[in-house]
Structure formats: structure tokens, C-alpha cells
Design a protein around this ligand. Sequence first.
Ligand SMILES: [Mg+2]
Length: 318
Amino acid sequence: MTPVSHPGPVPGSTVPRTRRPRYRPDGGPRHRAGVTVVAALALSGCVVAVGNDAPARVVTAPATVDGVPAGMQYLYGSGEAAAGSQQVWRGLVAYVSQALRARSRDGVVLAEGATLAATRFEPCGGKPAAVVFDVDETVALNLGFERDAAGGRAYEAARWRAYEITGGTTARAVPGAVEAMRQLRAMGVTVVFNSNRSAANAPATVAMLDRLELGPARVGETLYLSDAATGSAKDPRRAAIAARYCVVAMGGDQLGDFSDLFNAGQTPAERRAQAQAPGIARLWGAGWFVLPNPVYGTALKGRLDEVFPADSAWAPEP
Ligand SMILES: [Mg+2]
């Protein structure tokens, strides 16, 4: 299958096969180069082999059903995503419980001057323990916004900002998140949100978090949002949080939810290498926790030869 390099309708569907990149404000920087092929849509027409331990059959993954891309089917509709999310939250709570007992000297926020190859972390000192989470597609699923986009609408910043104000009642908590917040707070850990939602819309975001039983969140104390000073950079806000707290764990659905240093990675190969650098790899599931997001963001990029190395080519014998 060859990725489509320009938008165009899928036969029999009104949904474009590709879209412009849909970078949410919390999804890292906007990338100017390249066309993002939404992973779900990239499955269009592919025949997906089921693993060796599964029944001997193949499954054709459709691009969309009723205009719903496979990524949305997975994240917002599937039991598998619900299970995976709960798995992440349960692992995070268990890790934090163990970290509190271990009384680590360092937190998990990279210190100023650190690199992905040479990691150093903000020290804990005598600071109280906290956890830092992204909001969108980390603790909250934006069903209203994505349902409206399901027909193939490209991301528009103005539409997202409008959703921040009026769409909160359509959001749902990520499976496992409410229980995790309750357990973390019961351990005496402060829950802090670091989101690129707009500071101008803070009351609506606070209300959304409260309605989903994910709060409380107080602006400037336990809720850090995008403003004129920080824009979409999360590192300055992480530094401000780490100055007040010993951050024992972080959670997010984009690599930028852990460090802005990841945003230097452009190609899939660069980003895979960043995530697997020795000092970084040891953090996954042990301080840094990633929630699934196959719907939008910095993960969804790559031509065929960028996703599949040349030596992975295979075809059945004629
Ligand atoms: Mg997010």
C-alpha cells in the first residue's frame, strides 16, 4: 500500500484518506514539513495478519465505518483501549506507591541543561510529592470534538478553542483515571495538570475536570495552562512545578508531555531513537507513563519507507 500524498476521497466514502496534521495545542509543535497520514486511515485496504497464536485467518482493517477512522474506533470505542488505559493508570499508582516508600533523591522532571542522551533530574529536596499529568487524551477523552471531526475535518485552532469553552460536557474520563486520581490524592500526593489548553479558558477546563471527578484543579497551583509567556512549551511550566514539588511521576499521550526536548525529533526514526535512548528508556513505566492516542498528535507521521525499514520488506512466494 502506498501512502496517499494528498487529500482525496476513499472510494465509497466521504472521508479523506489523508488529512492535514491535527496537532492539538498539547500535541507538541506544529511540523511544517510532510503530510501526516493518519495511522488509522493508512490501514485502508491493508490486509492485517493475525499473530501466530491466533486463529489462522486474516482481517481486513477498514479505513472508516460511518466516517469513524480506525484510530477513533480504537481510542473512544474499544474495550482494548479501555483496558490499556486502565493498565497504565494502575501501573502508575503502583509505581508512585513504591517511589514514595523509596524516598528517591530525584524527581522525574529533567533538569535544565539535561539532554535526552545525558539525563539529569530536578532534585526532590524536602519538597512535597506531586504527579504531573497532561489533560487531553490523558485524563479526559474529547468525544464531542472528535465526533465532530469524524467526517474528516482538519484540525482548526479556533474550533478547538471553542470546544474548550462549550464542549466539556461531552468529554469522558479516560478509563482508570478517576480511580487513579483518588488513590494518588489518598497517598498525600498532589495532582498537577500541565496542559496546552488556553489559560483564557481556564474556568471551563476547571469545570470539565470537576465534572469528570478528576479535579480539583486550581490555576497556578495545580493547573498550568498555555499563556502568552509559555505558549505551547511545557518545560517552563514543568520547571515551575518541580521548583515547588518532588515530581514522582508524569503521564501524557505525547512525548512532549515529558520533555520539550523530544520536539527536536522530526522523523519517526529520530523519535523512536529518542524514546529508546538508555537514560530515557528506563523511565517508561517507571516514572513516565504514556497513554494511547492513535487519533492525533506527533506520533502520526511517516512515509512507507520511514515506518518500515528496507530490510523489513516481505511478500509471499509467487
Ligand atoms: Mg494530550
